[in-house]
Ligand binder design. Sequence first.
Ligand code: ZN
Length: 260
Amino acid sequence: VLLYRVGPEGFYAVAEEIGGEARVLYSDPFETLPGGWETGRSVALEESGLLAPVRPGKIVGIGRNYVEHADELGNPRPAEPVIFLKAPSSVIGPRTPVVLPPESERVEFEGEIAAVVRHRLRRASAEEAAAALLGVTAACDVTARDLQRRDPTFARGKSFDTFCPLGPAVRVLDGGAGLDDLTVVTRVDGAERQRGHTSRMTWPIAELVAWVSAIMTLEPGDVVLTGTPAGVGPLADGGRLEVEVSGVGVLENPVEAESS
Ligand code: ZN
């Protein structure tokens, strides 16, 4: 099941499959399991009318979770996950421009699988974490690489407005089934630049979410970005960014320089 949020009102709509008929969702997807969802009239999912499918209270990023990406940045493989926070105000939906700020000379794409929390988690086991997820969506952890390298923390380099495209839908995973068999592909101007599979992660998604929950309580709608595969590279004014995750669809965003 795919869960969309439709603009401008921000109501939820659900479809059985990508491109399938979508219906207005009357139930609260964070309160009711998909088997109990009540739906109404059919809606046309105009891509331009889609919003980010969730509005996270916090976004937790994970560094170097794919073996090959740690190697390409010349970083040692960490003994435990490296986490950082990305400002919730950086979230944008499909088709909304990623804006390159004048403060950075090198903004890079990081296509990622985003785990979306359904209900509150604290000090969870991996099994509890998997069961507490609403599902997954596609994300781009847009990063001002020069600022990330210059600053003692990642806060600035990760958190400019528009630096966290999410969508187009949450692929709802019943009890976490399918979490360990997902592919993420990033394309820039139509050319494939990254391809990763969950089997190449140092820490599986459920273990990451569980690990984070021991540090900070995860709330409904919170997002954990699960790291990026090898192949990161720069974004340029006029570019077209796409991140595709198995069963989620394609998250597409244009890229533009901030006008002064
Ligand atoms: Zn990342």
